[in-house]
Design a binder for this molecule. Structure first.
Ligand SMILES: Cc1cc2nc3c(=O)[nH]c(=O)nc-3n(C[C@H](O)[C@H](O)[C@H](O)COP(=O)(O)OP(=O)(O)OC[C@H]3O[C@@H](n4cnc5c(N)ncnc54)[C@H](O)[C@@H]3O)c2cc1C
Length: 504
């Protein structure tokens, strides 16, 4: 249990594909996930996965659209790698059993914002769920892969800029597990904001772990706000996929006017940052709405079954009603800086998926490029050097007085048992304050005065919880670290670019 070839932190699309690919190379793999295996951002993805696979399409067009959405801040080498491997990524998902929508044996392709072609493969409006289920089924069948659910990775085991594995918190005990290769696939940061499309697990743990391990970061200021999240009685809840606009839904303001027409040549299908800011502006005079009343009920129910059902639960009928929407924090375009192989600046430590920054998204991610990125960059697994591992392992053990390897003072067992209801409420209140502060000060439209307020808040929060020992407090500390990193990056970028929009 204590030694593996590969440890993967996270069980979303990036973590599970990397685990499967590693197992295909005969490595012994441990997947660690802090919740249940399928409690991930991946399972919520609706729209689909982009790839230039149609006869009428070409990877060069996908390249151009990716760069345009990314405000030309993208790493061109990484984008070329991404779009050229699109076909392979779709084939990989078919191989693990994803049942994409097809007609006459051909994959159906839809369109989303920023794409000039129909190139998004999908499974109705629950593509992410279909992918997650197929990957989980393959992982469970694979004897080389061990899965630890409800296990929180508290720290990385680092010495001399090398990673030796992870320290976990499980059943109220801290424990060290060693590996030749450790991969972070911990997903996004949406939960540091009050309004988000992300699930509860998206608390930026990967950023915080990598920060404490001494990794480099890139483009953290670029947080994508999704324009169309259902808003009812003042609360944002679930996402209404861009594919809805891709299939012809309009965006209307309170006066019933299509406000995107004239603002961008692609109107409702302009890149997300532009649409999100336009809705943000419209909200000053009322609300924004999605209008899909010009389609038949049959079409709406079949093409968007989940969205249709979810809206009906709140009494909204897509055929009859205007659907109130609002932007919410959605996607981290930057992250832990990695190369095309997923290598971070710390030896033996890799990062994949949303927590990593390969440079493909630039200043704003093109819709449906993230599932693609997660597969393309995890399809290649590093070589593991068996003999080198034995030496590094003993080297590490002999140096186990390194600060972050010791369980927190007092031992986890005692502290967790003693955590009172009041302490739990206090932690929950601090978490809410952080989310509100980040939304207000590091949101869709930013300025340096507000950013400095958020920075101060994150710094003081870190002081309050510096000796975190429970899962809840460790997670909050990670959120504060992620907030700090993102706010600092936003302060450093003085001019607006992509989804970083600043008035000063
Ligand atoms: C509502 C929604 C719709 C989306 N739609 C699309 C779409 O249509 N197309 C597209 O391309 N992208 C879409 N995205 C984005 C895409 O789904 C995500 O970027 C992608 O799924 C992230 O995958 P991941 O493997 O990096 O992380 P996730 O799937 O989020 O998995 C993260 C994993 O890390 C684990 N973890 C985190 N911290 C720790 C820790 N400390 N210890 C142990 N485990 C930990 C979590 O438990 C989880 O298992 C959407 C996102 C959302 C939220």
């Amino acid at each position: 249990m204590k030694n593996f070839d590969v440890i993967v932190v996270g069980s979303g699309i990036a973590g599970l594909n990397f685990a499967l690919k590693s197992a295909e190379k005969s490595y012994r793999v441990l997947v660690i996930t802090k919740s249940k295996i399928d409690d991930t951002g991946t399972r919520l993805a609706q729209g689909g996965i982009a790839a230039a696979i149609a006869d009428y399409d070409h990877y060069k067009q996908h390249f151009n659209d990716t760069l345009e959405a990314g405000a030309f801040h993208n790493d061109k080498k990484a984008v070329t790698y991404l779009v050229k491997h699109g076909k392979e990524a779709i084939e990989r998902l078919l191989e693990v059993g994803v049942k994409f929508n097809k007609k006459d044996g051909q994959l159906l392709l839809t369109r989303e914002g920023g794409h000039r072609q129909r190139r998004v493969a999908f499974v109705a409006d629950y593509t992410g769920l279909a992918i997650e289920e197929a990957l989980v089924a393959s992982v469970h069948k694979n004897k080389r892969i061990t899965v630890l659910e409800n296990t929180f990775v508290a720290e990385l085991l680092i010495k001399n800029k090398k990673c030796y594995g992870v320290q976990i918190l499980r059943d109220k005990k801290f424990e060290n597990i060693f590996a030749k290769v450790t991969a972070l696939a911990t997903g996004g940061v949406g939960q540091i904001f009050e309004h988000t499309t992300n699930p509860g697990i998206s608390t930026g743990d990967g950023l915080a772990l990598a920060f404490r391990a001494g990794c480099k970061f890139k483009d953290l200021e670029f947080i994508q706000f999704h324009p169309t999240v259902f808003k009812f009685r003042g609360q944002t809840s679930f996402l209404i996929s861009e594919a809805v606009r891709g299939e012809g839904a309009f965006l209307l303001n309170s006066k019933g006017k299509r406000f995107m027409v004239g603002k961008h040549p692609l109107a409702e299908l302009a890149p997300r940052d532009i649409v999100a800011r336009a809705i943000f502006e419209e909200e000053k005079n009322g609300s924004g709405f999605l209008d899909f009343r010009h389609k038949t009920t049959d079409y709406l129910q079949n093409r968007f079954p989940q969205i249709y059902k979810e809206l009906a639960k709140s009494g909204f009928k897509m055929k009859k009603d205007l659907i109130p929407i609002s932007p919410a924090a959605h996607y981290l375009c930057g992250g832990i800086k990695v190369d095309l192989k997923g290598k971070t600046s710390v030896k033996n430590l890799y990062a994949f998926g949303e927590t990593a920054c390969t440079g493909v998204h630039g200043a704003n991610r093109l819709a449906s490029n993230s599932l693609l990125e997660a597969i393309v960059f995890t399809n290649n697994v590093p070589k593991v050097n068996h003999s080198a591992f034995a030496n590094r392992h003993s080297e590490f053990i002999s140096e186990s007085n390194h600060e972050i390897l010791k369980p927190p003072q007092g031992g986890a067992q005692q502290v967790q048992d003693d955590a009172t209801t009041t302490q739990k409420h206090q932690l929950a209140a601090l978490r809410t304050n952080l989310q509100k502060t980040m939304w207000r000060n590091v949101g869709i439209v930013r300025n340096s005065t507000d950013l400095k307020k958020a920075l101060k808040f994150a710094q003081s929060l870190l002081k309050k919880i510096h000796n975190a020992q429970t899962k809840e407090s460790l997670e909050l500390r990670n959120m504060a670290h992620a907030a700090l990193l993102i706010t600092k990056a936003a302060l450093a970028r003085k001019k607006s670019l992509g989804c970083h929009f600043t008035t000063i």
